[in-house]
Design a binder for this molecule. Structure first.
Ligand SMILES: [Zn+2]
Ligand SMILES: [Zn+2]
Length: 247
């Protein structure tokens, strides 16, 4: 089989086709930087250099930056249901604006650029995974938006690392209020029991769940709870951005 090198690892022909498609789109419709508006690129070097990548030390469970502790106070108090979460960068400008575009303006091409970072992050982890999925939206929100921004990141990642993507491992069984203004405890209560998982697909499997942004990890924790209840084994979470919750 022909393979292609992406982020230092070989990747599939489908992923190469996927990347070629976006190169063609750029040629047909010259893009504009999603961070600063500069013409000619979808994401410019200046904006890329402003991204605050998350470096060690961080909590080995939830991935939040720490002052040197291996585990943060929240994870030490209540152990999360997931095995580990990692995020690429802090949820600050210009990444915040770019993710906003991905979420509300259907800037699907951006997902292609940002997936590269998720591929690198995944390759640094020694996670054995059988499935990739995305945090699902509720039926109402999916209908309003027309697409799930987390799936836009999860699908190309699955092509690149050759782990199958499945969009129906998890289901949102009730709509939840926006998490934006809630405290850590209220966020956990807000999403508790909001998901169910398909045990025919996940029993005995290791699952990687993708989201665009995480703050306290409570949504990914609720997903992990549902997956473990359905018999899944190890659950990992990967997100592009990590918002630091002031509480
Ligand atoms: Zn820019
Ligand atoms: Zn933690």
């Amino acid at each position: 089989m022909v393979t292609y090198s992406v982020a230092g690892k070989t990747s599939s022909y489908s992923f190469w086709l996927y990347r070629s498609f976006w190169k063609l789109v750029d040629w047909l419709y010259p893009p504009q930087c999603a961070g600063c508006g500069k013409f000619g690129v979808r994401w410019c070097d200046d904006c890329q250099n402003k991204i605050l990548e998350i470096q060690q030390p961080y909590c080995f469970k939830c991935g939040i930056p720490t002052k040197g502790e291996k585990i943060c106070a929240n994870c030490a108090t209540i152990e999360p249901a997931y095995d580990a979460i990692r995020a690429y960068a802090l949820y600050e400008e210009p990444l915040r604006s770019a993710l906003h575009r991905l979420k509300y303006h259907r800037d699907i091409a951006l997902a292609d650029i940002f997936t590269t970072h998720l591929i690198k992050l995944f390759n640094q982890m020694a996670w054995e995974v059988d499935w990739i999925t995305a945090v699902p939206l509720g039926v109402v929100r999916l209908k309003e938006r027309g697409y799930n921004q987390a799936a836009l990141l999860a699908y190309p990642l699955s092509l690149a690392i050759r782990v199958p993507y499945h969009g129906k491992l998890l289901k949102r069984v009730r709509e939840t209020a926006s998490q934006v203004k809630l405290s850590v405890q209220d966020r956990q209560a807000n999403v508790a029991g909001a998901f169910s998982a398909n045990s025919d697909l996940v029993a005995g499997k290791n699952v990687l769940v993708i989201d665009d942004v995480t703050t306290t990890g409570s949504t990914l924790n609720a997903c992990a709870n549902a997956l473990k209840t359905a018999g899944a084994y190890h659950i990992y979470g990967l997100t592009l951005a990590r918002a630091i919750h002031q509480n």
